[in-house]
Design a protein around this ligand. Sequence first.
Ligand SMILES: [Zn+2]
Length: 124
Amino acid sequence: MNLIAAAARAYVYSGDWVADCPRIGCGSVEHLYERANPRQPNSPRVAQKPEFHCSYCGQTAPIDWPAQLAEITAILMLRPVPHTRNWYPQDHDTAVRFRVPHGQSVEQLQEENVEHGVPAGAVN
Ligand SMILES: [Zn+2]
């Protein structure tokens, strides 16, 4: 038995940073940012959670964030339609299963923006 939980791999789905529960067979997805006001369902998600916690099965795990978290977020948020804001790390199980792009670089996300008439966004 492996006592060290697999990390929860952060990805962007419809503009929100989320992660699939790493427990095999659970299948739950959790938001990785807390809302500014937990009592207001529409308040912005501003505070990064320190670790993954599954509200369904109770699993906790470290979160595997991409090195370019800030750049990825900034470029995706330039897209006006929320369901076009998506990013998965390389070989992410969900992306592979649903045959959607994964492991896209910041530059590739910028190219997608330009292809759709959205500003590329500046990267430091
Ligand atoms: Zn779970």
